[in-house]
Design a protein around this ligand. Sequence first.
Ligand code: FAD
Length: 377
Amino acid sequence: MTILNFDVIIIGGGLAGLTSAINLAKAKSKVLLIEKHTYPKHKVCGEYVSNEVLPYLESLGFNPFEFGAKMISNFELTTHNNKSISANLPLGGFGMSRYEMDFQLYKLALKNGVEVFSDTVSNVNFEGDMFHVETKLNRILNSKIVIGAFGKRSNLDIKFQRKFITKKAPYLGVKIHVSGDFPEDKVALHNFKGGYCGVSKVENDCINLCYITDFEAFKKYKDIDTFQNEVLFNNSALKALFKNSKPEFEKPLTISQISFETKNPVENHIIMCGDTAGMIHPLCGNGMGMAIRSAQLASHLIIDYLQGKIKTRETLESEYVKHWKKTFNLRLKVGHTIAYLFRQDWLAPKLLRLLSWFPFLIPQIIKMTHGKPMTVK
Ligand SMILES: Cc1cc2nc3c(=O)[nH]c(=O)nc-3n(C[C@H](O)[C@H](O)[C@H](O)COP(=O)(O)OP(=O)(O)OC[C@H]3O[C@@H](n4cnc5c(N)ncnc54)[C@H](O)[C@@H]3O)c2cc1C
């Protein structure tokens, strides 16, 4: 059996994996990216991307607006009892489907010389200062560095016995694309009892409807349609959106077992990026921004390590953990606190009323869960 050697092996080809692969390949590293699915593929995601990542994406050679992404600058929040609050987004963002965005970044990765295998990583061993990566198709691959970008929950989390995997993961995510009327420049968060639904436009004039709810609350209903009819549609904005639009998917996509437990940014010497290192509540609309920013952070340090500017693996790992925490700890805390407060049935309507009286607070809260536009080295 042939053993292949790389500078960096990246496990998982979502936004964290793809952007780090492009960044590292541009710096002349020999990069392999392993993704278990083939491109293009739909993912459960609100598909609103914060503009904080635009300068970095452009520096990698990716301009989302070339592929029809929608520029978004307005925000609307509706409450369970149908009160509406509007605000301008401090930095704004863009709407683009993961189907298109991941696919275009994948093509850009190939163009930059990244090798991509469609395979599932089954194990990673670290021995003699090298990684040995095993896959379902029985490949044996070696590298100096492994980046873990395998998302919020993977077979590898179980294999590595990561602590968070034993904790409760009580949320369910549902997404559908529809065609209908919705302003291009707006992202809306429509609240319902036990969850909220994000709405924004993506390329091809589709509207993304993506909601997250407590699985226990959902379980009481017999199926998605009944849940939507009896829970979501108490919010009249949601009812109008679902009723006056045409589904573009045969049936909605769902994911369960979503958790926001704390994770470690480095485990078994693997540098974790994106949701693999920690997941912010989707309510903040910034998970993709964090995935891309952590990929930049990891790539820059790994390039310094491979070029001998960072002398030891220990320093590489401790620098990454230090920078990761400095960049993300505050926004994760704020995000979790906001989500926790909005989950309290007795408190959420009061908080929403407060925001309707003082709407200028909304951009301030959003700022705390987002970073400044990324600087490009
Ligand atoms: C309901 C919901 C709504 C959201 N809405 C938004 C939003 O509007 N805006 C926002 O910014 N964020 C949002 N997020 C968060 C956002 O989707 C994530 O933060 C983002 O996708 C993280 O990217 P990633 O690259 O870390 O992981 P992913 O995009 O999940 O990529 C991980 C990849 O790893 C692959 N993989 C897993 N295991 C293996 C293996 N063993 N071998 C090979 N490949 C493997 C998977 O197939 C996958 O493609 C939302 C999340 C949810 C759940």
